[in-house]
Design a protein around this ligand. Structure first.
Ligand code: GSH
Length: 342
């Protein structure tokens, strides 16, 4: 009996000891801290997601996520640098250490998580693959594309899904593979392809961006795949993985809690214990993640919550005019669900 009690006490203190151990810093986390900025792989230019203006200032939903990571690490959204990558270049850039994280419409898949050596740190945009056609073609459905020539970027899930979809539906197609988005869109606009296929968000982005003023374009109704897009980090640094993952979850949690860039200072005075912990008024989470206790306060203050970032970059009042849809909070019928800050 006495022995049992001793064993139980030992087990309890072991748990307590584990809980008290500070998060151990990993290679990437330390390297980012030492160099003083985070290097993110982004698109070469996709309106609403990652786009650089004539002054070289990057904006977009994916850029916001990168900046939020910078805020978590350094308290400053300007401590983020961007490496534009094509779909083919992005994975090598992460594997080689050229970038610290990919915040660029990358679909989370089994092979990327395993064989490519990455960890998937959450989903910041739920998407599906679609097709675009010139409106004057009068094509109304993907099923009308039998025999079509289709423009597609190599090194993407898009390319693989396209082949599966046509095979499954016993249809044929001719792929035109072009790595650089701008070149591909020129080919499409010049009529070299009957259709262009990518994630539906990408179709909306190029229609509002590179293709604006180049005729009318229709996005066909079918979504032929699931494209959960989100940040990727290299295997081997759990602390860095945790930081990226909880930065994204934190932006969603802030929206769930009703904390915005406008009211976050008011919220500091809240009596709600969960809000006090979230904003670092009650310390704990910052230390657990290895950053300043005010990390989430700073992120919401400088970047906003997930919904604010969505509306500012891709929402219904932007040229992309995207509905929240699957990207609404779970409480509003969407898939965005923050794992508890606890
Ligand atoms: N989600 C797919 C496709 C990602 C992708 O590369 N999409 C294209 C079309 S939206 C893109 O981002 N192009 C921008 C660029 O190459 O800079 C994947 O992860 O493989």
């Amino acid at each position: 009996m006495f022995l049992k009690t001793l064993a139980a006490a030992a087990a309890f203190s072991a748990v307590a000891a584990v809980a008290a151990v500070p998060a151990s810093a990993g290679q990437t986390f330390d390297a980012v801290k030492a160099k003083g900025f985070v290097q993110c792989a982004v698109n070469t230019g996709l309106a609403g997601f990652s786009f650089s203006d004539s002054q070289g200032k990057w904006t977009g939903l994916d850029v916001d996520l990168c900046r939020a990571i910078a805020v978590a690490m350094f308290g400053d959204s300007e401590k983020a640098k961007f490496t534009p990558t094509t779909a083919q270049q992005r994975f090598v850039a992460l594997q080689s250490g050229e970038v610290d994280v990919i915040t660029r419409n990358a679909t989370q898949t089994l092979l990327r998580d395993t064989s490519l050596g990455f960890n998937m740190a959450g989903v910041n945009f739920y998407d599906g693959q679609g097709f675009m056609v010139p409106t004057k073609s009068n094509i109304k459905s993907a099923k009308d594309l039998n025999g079509a020539t289709i423009c597609v970027q190599p090194g993407t899930t898009t390319e693989l899904n396209l082949a599966d979809y046509f095979r499954k539906n016993k249809m044929t197609f001719k792929p035109v593979l072009i790595e650089k988005l701008d070149e591909l869109l020129q080919a499409y606009a010049a009529g070299r392809c009957d259709s262009y296929t990518t994630d539906a968000s990408g179709l909306a982005a190029v229609r509002a961006g590179q293709l604006s003023g180049k005729g009318e374009h229709t996005i066909l109704p079918e979504r032929i795949s699931k494209e959960p897009l989100g940040p990727l980090v290299r295997h081997g640094d759990d602390q860095w993985f945790d930081l990226v993952k909880w930065t994204l979850i934190g932006m969603i949690e802030a929206e769930e809690m009703g904390i915005t860039s406008k009211n976050v200072d008011e919220m500091l005075k809240s009596d709600d214990p969960a809000i006090k912990r979230f904003l670092g008024v009650t310390p704990g989470y910052g230390k657990a993640v290895g950053v300043d206790e005010k990390w989430m306060y700073n992120i919401v203050k400088q970047i906003g919550n997930y919904g604010e970032s969505f509306e500012r970059n891709v929402g219904k009042d932007t040229p992309l005019k995207l509905e929240r849809g699957q990207n609404a909070l779970w409480t509003n019928g969407g898939l965005m669900y923050a794992i508890p800050f606890r």
